[in-house]
Design a protein around this ligand. Structure first.
Ligand SMILES: [Zn+2]
Ligand SMILES: [Zn+2]
Length: 132
């Protein structure tokens, strides 16, 4: 099966890594990093290469619907990956095609990418040693 990032539309061989979510959702390492930067800086960032604005920050719910309020809004926007809404205390980013991703899922994606980066570094170091 061909994996394609559900947000920017890039194919598996156009990016370093595509992370698989539930329900045939995919996100690439570039989108994860873009989301991470947006969440950290709280500003919208266009994609460096294409200039497209792929994600926009969803405004926080107003005070009436603060975290812990007993009445959960039916219309609350939810993360397309894990189903959390901003009522659960996460920040949401709206992507293209009506998809959403939350700060927790972005962090998880970052962890996966960082872990694999480490593995690659270790592997490369081992290979270097072997060649010596
Ligand atoms: Zn992407
Ligand atoms: Zn999520």
């Amino acid at each position: 099966m061909i994996k394609r990032c559900s947000f920017c539309g890039k194919l598996q061989d156009q990016v370093l890594r595509i992370i698989e979510g539930p329900g045939r959702l995919f996100i690439c390492n570039e989108c994860v990093n873009l989301c991470r930067e947006m969440l950290r800086e709280g500003t919208e960032k266009p994609n460096v290469l294409s200039g497209d604005v792929l994600f926009s920050l969803v405004p926080l719910p107003d005070g009436k619907h603060r975290k812990g309020s007993s009445q959960r809004r039916q219309d609350a926007l939810q993360c397309s990956f894990c189903g959390k809404s901003q009522d659960d205390g996460v920040r949401l980013l709206a992507g293209s095609g009506g998809l959403f991703i939350c700060s927790e899922t972005v962090n998880l994606g970052c962890e996966i990418l960082d872990f694999e980066e480490e593995e690659r570094t270790i592997k490369n170091a081992q290979e270097m040693k072997r060649r010596q």
